[in-house]
Design a protein around this ligand. Structure first.
Ligand SMILES: [Zn+2]
Length: 108
């Protein structure tokens, strides 16, 4: 997860840059936009959106992942739960992105 990722600035200057930092921006209605910016032209790319529901699921997945450190825990079950919650997080983030970007802004 900590490995820097190289991407192309395809909506900006078309140069390659390394994504080494994510910035969180409050965009209202309890929604956070997590984005990274091109190091050349500073064009912003939304990585994902987060809200209380996403944060709750992320807390839940961290609890499940802690079971992997416990030799007495059921690791197969924990792995299944991890996959399940990851799917829920993805769906929620996708729905949030659609809500924020699809409507062209937030109203009320
Ligand atoms: Zn750029």
């Amino acid at each position: 997860m900590s490995n820097p990722q190289t991407t192309t600035c395809d909506a900006g200057c078309n140069q390659q840059f390394t994504v080494d930092q994510f910035t969180t921006e409050r965009i209202g209605n309890g929604v956070d936009k997590i984005y990274f910016a091109c190091t050349h032209c500073n064009h912003k790319y939304a990585a994902f959106y987060s809200d209380i529901g996403v944060r709750r699921l992320q807390a839940k997945i961290r609890r499940v992942q802690q079971k992997f450190a416990n030799p007495h825990a059921d690791h197969a079950k924990a792995a299944r739960q991890e996959t399940e919650i990851q799917q829920q997080i993805k769906e929620r983030m996708d729905a949030l992105r659609l809500k924020v970007e699809g409507e062209g802004g937030l109203n009320g």
